[in-house]
Structure formats: structure tokens, C-alpha cells
Design a protein around this ligand. Sequence first.
Ligand code: KQY
Length: 366
Amino acid sequence: MPCKLQSTPKNDGFRMPGEFEPHKGCWMIWPERTDNWRLGAKPAQKAFVKVAETIAKYEDVTMCVSQNQFLAAREALDPKVRVIEMSSDDSWMRDVGPSFVINDQGQVRGVDWRFNAWGGLVDGLYFPWDKDDQVAKKVCELEGVDYYSLEDFILEGGSIHTDGDGTAIATEACLLDESRNPHMTKEEIEATLKAYMGVEKVLWLPHGIYLDETNEHVDNIVHYCAPGVLTLAWTDDESDPQYTMSKAAYDYLSNERDAKGRKLEIHKLHIPNEVRITKEESEGVDSVDGTLPRVEGDRQAASYANFYIANKAVILPLFGDEVHDKLAMETLQNIFPDRTVEGIYAREIILGGGNIHCITQQQPLG
Ligand code: KQY
């Protein structure tokens, strides 16, 4: 039976692997809340089906679905995708699922961080979030893996990245925000990441993507492709507020070394042309007190860095911007010559506030 562990991954010889290391499979959650997804979440569900079925070409996929939507999701998804009943408050498996860690003997364990809907009562995106906060435990129980449970540390999986080789990356904007762990200093937060991700060094970017409602998650601005190799969301437009944010990240990373003393190879991924919510899109979302409203004209935090690395594939969000979509596809194909880059039109996902990386969580191969 899976049990809750009292030690830390680092003490036990476990580390969080890089996303590019072999996977057992991928976990997702079916979208259905009508105050975040337009038109009863039907367009988003179609996009999630496309993501799940594309990933399922390369590794096992499990879709967690509420009791209400179980039959509809089962019907909509290819039989290759496993569908199981699980409660949640929304559909961001990256943030509510466990972060998995492995050891040299190939044992897999989970890390169950606390979740407060990206900011709790300070600037959280909806209320309540108690079902989301139980998802990581449930996934570990289902998979039969032991897990570490942090009772008093708020963290979302999308706010950390690792190279699996001693280095983690996070943004100060998110992890040091008063809405996460205001009772802790930066040093204490860094020590917690080191202990639970099994790393020796944390790289701190000042910012993520402009207007990112997660307080600027790191997974929307950079992505580790291999130890020492990163993509970085970029813009050449100096008048765009994103320019200063990406330039600060570029300058910082160019002057840093990772835990193993490597200089970092940085590949720029130019962001797409602005994605703004249309009147029709805004009108399709239920307005509910306590949930972040979807307002016509609001700019979305669209970025190609929010891709998912599957076994033998990279699943890349596309935005219908011919030039930048093509450039991102080519850049990633060059970085990953041995993987198929699968582009998926992801407007319906970014309208909900995140993208393909945010709705997926890989489980490493034990
Ligand atoms: O980007 C993510 N990791 C999640 C975004 C959540 C948005 C909720 N509306």
C-alpha cells in the first residue's frame, strides 16, 4: 500500500527527473467549469482531446474526469486513453498533480505540494480549491507510489522546472509572491526546493510572461530540453512589456552556470502575435463572483515555451500566427532531432489561462 513518507527526496536519494527523460505516461484532467471555459467547456474539451490523443501516440495517457462528465469524456476520447473518475476544481494537472521523483534503482515516488488556486485569498483564481488539493494524493494512491506530503508549503508544478541533473529554475515573481509562502524567506524556499526536488542549485528568473495569471510561472517562459539546454520565450519588440522581462531572463541565464558548472545554451522562442479575448469568447464564459473574469480585449499570456515533452515527441501549442508558429516548430525540431514535433492549435486552452504544459503531468518510467 502506498504510504506517506516523513523524510525528503534528497535525504532518501531521490531526484526529480528532467521532462525529457523516459516517461511511464502522462496525466490530464477533463475541463468542465463554465466560469473558466467558454460554451460549457465544449471547445476546450475538443482541444484537450486533441492533446491527449496526440500524446497517446507516444506514451500512456490517463484522463481524470468528474462523475458528471465521465461518460461524455469516455465517448469523446480514443480507447487508447484511460479514463478514470476523479474530483477536481479545474483541469490543470501540472499544478495540482504530484511532482514525481526517482532514484538510481528506478523507484518512483510522488511529491504532494499544497495547492491554493494560484494565490489563495490574496489573488487566487477561484474558490474553493479543496478538490484540486487532493489530486496529487489520489494519483499516487492509484499508481501505488509512496509520497512526500508538504503540509505547509504552497507550490504548483508549473512554477518549477529541472534539468534532472542538479539544477532547478523558478521565478521570483511567483515563488516569492505574498500569495504563496509569505512566512518563508527566499533562502528557506530555496532550501525546500532543494530538499524536495533533489537539486543542488536553484536559478531564479525575476519574471515570467507578461500578464500571466499564475503570478508568472516559470513553465511559460523557459523549458529545459536537456541538461544545459533551454528554450526562452522572447520578443524583438522593445515596446512590448515582455521585452524587458525576457531580456532580464536572458541576461541572467547567460551569466549563470548550472549545478554542474555548465554554461547554458539558450534558444529563443519568439512569442506569437498578441492573443486577445474576443467579445464572443468573453460572452461564452459564465461570470461568477470569486473567479477571475474573462474580459473582452484582455491579452493572454501566450508562449510557445509551454510545450510538453513526451517520449519521442514534443507537443507544441500553436496560435494561428503563421510566421511565429512555423519558427517555433522549426526551432524545436532542431533542438529535438530525434523527436516528432506535433503542433496543436491551442487557442481554447490559452483562453482558460494556461497551455499544454499546464494541463499535463508526466510520470517517469521507474
Ligand atoms: O498556467 C497554468 N499552470 C495554470 C493556469 C491556471 C489558470 C486558471 N484559470
